[in-house]
Design a protein around this ligand. Structure first.
Ligand SMILES: [Fe+2]
Ligand SMILES: [Fe+2]
Length: 229
């Protein structure tokens, strides 16, 4: 599969929120009887091995999912605090942070119904690897922060779509089905924040680099099941 992004792959510059264009296609390592979803902003689709790991350890992934929603709210807040005078940024990120906390609470309620604890989990290398790719100097730091946050949202959307289709647990299928559209919209929000502040060629080039790096971090399946293992 090509890892090269073209203008045609990117959201339209018409002020509309882009859809992530979930397309179904066979991954090289296919899940028998069911195609693996592909999101076009991602350099490569999640593997069948990840899907198998995640469905085999659904409760572990559910706990990790709660942590992911909590962290997504934290990322939005962190950006608001880093750029406190950017009103346009706050107008987008404040409701986004609230929405992520609502997702966190939904997952938390499910954990409570199942008498499961929100226990701490060791983090896979994914988040730290992406954080390391954020350049230190402004304005590159801001651009990279938007794109990295957006890629994580895009990957979450892709994986929720897979779990919504393939989880053997009907309650989990419903949960992921309810949440996955939000994650697609969140990628779009980070994309629009970037587009308002940076030129499209700069965005396209950097998203291309970061999406390859993001896919590379998931190329080797981590030993323990996580949302981003
Ligand atoms: Fe979320
Ligand atoms: Fe999100």
């Amino acid at each position: 599969m090509s890892t090269h992004l073209t203008q045609a792959d990117l959201p339209q510059a018409d002020g509309q929120l882009p859809s992530l264009g979930l397309a179904l296609e066979r991954s090289p390592e296919t899940v028998p009887t069911s195609p693996v979803a592909r999101v076009k902003w991602l350099a490569s689709p999640s593997s069948a091995a990840w899907l198998r790991q995640a469905t085999d350890h659904a409760e572990l992934v559910l706990i990790d999912h709660a942590h992911c929603e909590r962290k997504a709210a934290g990322v939005a807040l962190q950006l608001m605090f880093r750029y406190p005078s950017d009103q346009g940024l706050a107008a987008v990120l404040s409701p986004l942070a609230r929405e992520e906390l609502e997702h966190f609470e939904l997952v938390l309620q499910l954990l409570q119904r199942r008498a499961m604890a929100l226990r701490p989990l060791a983090a896979p290398p994914y988040g730290a690897g992406l954080a390391q790719s954020v350049r230190r100097r402004e304005p590159e730091r801001m651009l990279d922060s938007f794109l990295v946050a957006g890629l994580i949202e895009a990957r979450s959307h892709e994986r929720m779509a897979l779990l919504a289709a393939h989880s053997p647990d009907p309650e989990l299928r419903a949960l992921y089905g309810d949440l996955l559209a939000s994650e697609a919209r969140h990628f779009g929000l980070y994309w629009l924040l970037a587009e308002e502040r940076f030129s499209r060629p700069v965005l396209v080039e950097r998203l291309g680099q970061l999406s390859v790096l993001e896919a590379g971090l998931l190329a080797t399946l981590w030993g323990e099941a996580r949302f981003h293992s």
